[in-house]
Design a protein around this ligand. Structure first.
Ligand SMILES: [Zn+2]
Length: 448
């Protein structure tokens, strides 16, 4: 694919520029799903409905959207899943941010503000003094939902001037999420000022959707940073963007599915979950039946008998892709000295004895083999023994489905910041390794 933004000499950045386009188009999980659907549709995937009876044939390319923020896409294998299994790439569509409260209008000393709720593990200070906008999904009383985005910087969470907070650089900035993170939206100029729902109705109208404030039943709206992704660093090695965790892994998984080549025996699956950042407990999160239900229905539709599902799951593997902590030069002691993944040095295999990452030896070997086949050298992450580690959809999906799982991800700095940093040289290798997995992975026997 030609890259319109490329200048001569930087064609190696084309995968990064495509990732930037993907993330910029995806300010919320709902927008991310719309972007994924667009890419899948352009490649011949068609939507199926959970409510219908499915008839799946070898080579079929289908996707199922769940609750607006999650999706499973699959390319049905040449052989039945009971005989050749599922090869699954998984990631999550959500990122820590702020969500607009249902009755958000706040008036304070001449400012119009909106009440917001913290979603996930937000690094609060990083949202200060950013040019923020609002996007998400609006649900009308007629039963329809619409994506909406204000696009421009309609709100901001201003820092307090240092003159009014003299000790801040010594004591650190401690913020109260209820009282000190309220964005300003406008000045109160007269009594005709619009309330927030009226502004949403006007925005919908601008998008061609006729709706009065009374028609708006509910919304799921997020704050986002209007600054787009950018390549940085003296040698163009860094990618600075919002939501790298974990839209970078969503992008890699989808590009791998679209570029993996001819259908093979195993059924290829990509699952992208919402709600990872808040524990995955929802109808469409990794704790839900969503993935398992799709796997059951695809396995059953090949007519391989009453044990088809159990046999298929036993022959399957999940690669859970989520961003990894690169070693930070100013805080290198936060990493185990033997395990310090570096940006632009390749994908990271994540290991944790307490199973916060699902990786085990045979699963790691499958990923390592795909890396070797692509001449990519994986790095390894294990957290310090005196520090707890994060988790992913990997262990949750593994427990839910019984499918052997490996946790991987590209290295990054500033995880959960409003604006994060990863490596431009890591974008293409991860996509190539994922394609290789889709083409050639040998799934180990479950008894190993
Ligand atoms: Zn993540």
């Amino acid at each position: 694919m030609s890259d319109p933004t490329a200048v001569s000499g930087d064609t190696w950045l084309a995968p990064t520029r495509d990732l930037i386009r993907f993330i910029d188009a995806s300010p919320t999980p709902y927008h991310a799903i719309a972007e994924v659907v667009q890419r899948l549709s352009a490649a011949g995937f068609s939507q199926i409905d959970e409510r219908d009876h499915w008839k799946v044939s070898p080579g079929d390319k289908r996707y199922i959207v769940k609750s607006g923020g999650s999706i499973v896409a699959f390319e049905a294998g040449n052989r039945a899943p009971a005989e050749s299994g599922f090869l699954i790439l998984g990631a999550h569509t959500d990122s820590p941010n702020f969500r607009v409260k249902p009755q958000p209008d706040i008036s304070s000393v001449g400012y119009r503000q909106i009440g917001v709720e913290v979603y996930g593990g937000v690094l609060l200070t990083t949202w200060m003094d950013r040019d923020l906008s609002i996007a998400g999904r609006v649900s009308l009383v007629d039963g329809k939902s619409h994506l909406v985005s204000f696009e421009t910087a309609v709100c901001r969470i201003p820092n307090l001037a240092i003159h009014l907070n003299r000790g801040v650089n010594k004591n650190g900035l401690v913020l109260n999420a209820e009282t000190q993170m309220r964005p300003i939206l406008a000045m109160e100029m007269d009594t005709s000022d619009k309330n927030f729902v009226a502004r949403i109705a006007a925005k919908l109208e601008g998008q061609g959707v006729k709706a009065t404030p009374n028609d708006i039943a509910a919304y799921d709206l997020c704050l986002f940073d209007t600054q787009g992704g950018a390549v940085g660093g003296a040698d163009a090695e860094y990618l600075h963007s919002a939501r790298l965790d974990n839209l970078a892994s969503c992008h890699a998984s989808v590009e791998a599915l679209l570029g993996a080549g001819d259908t093979r025996d195993a059924t290829r699956i990509v699952v992208l979950y919402d709600h990872e950042e808040v524990g995955s407990r929802s109808d469409s999160g990794a704790q839900s039946r969503f993935l398992l239900s799709v796997l059951e229905r695809v396995a059953a539709s090949y007519g391989t008998g009453d044990q088809a599902v159990a046999r298929a799951l036993a022959r399957s593997m999940l690669v859970s892709a989520d961003m990894a902590h690169a070693v930070h030069p100013n805080y290198a002691d936060k990493h185990d000295g033997q395990h310090q993944p570096k940006i632009s040095h390749g994908p990271v295999l994540k290991i944790n004895a307490s199973q916060s990452y699902a990786t085990d030896g045979p699963a790691a070997a499958v990923f390592e083999a795909a890396c070797q086949a692509e001449s990519v050298k994986p790095q390894r992450f294990v957290s310090r023994s005196d520090m707890p580690c994060g988790s992913t959809i990997g262990p949750i999906s593994a427990a839910r489905t019984g499918i052997r799982t490996v946790d991987v991800g590209n290295p990054m700095l500033s995880m959960h910041s409003c604006r994060e940093t990863s490596g431009t040289r890591d974008v293409d290798p991860m996509i190539r390794v994922m394609k290789r997995l889709f083409r050639e992975a040998e799934i180990p026997a479950p008894s190993n």
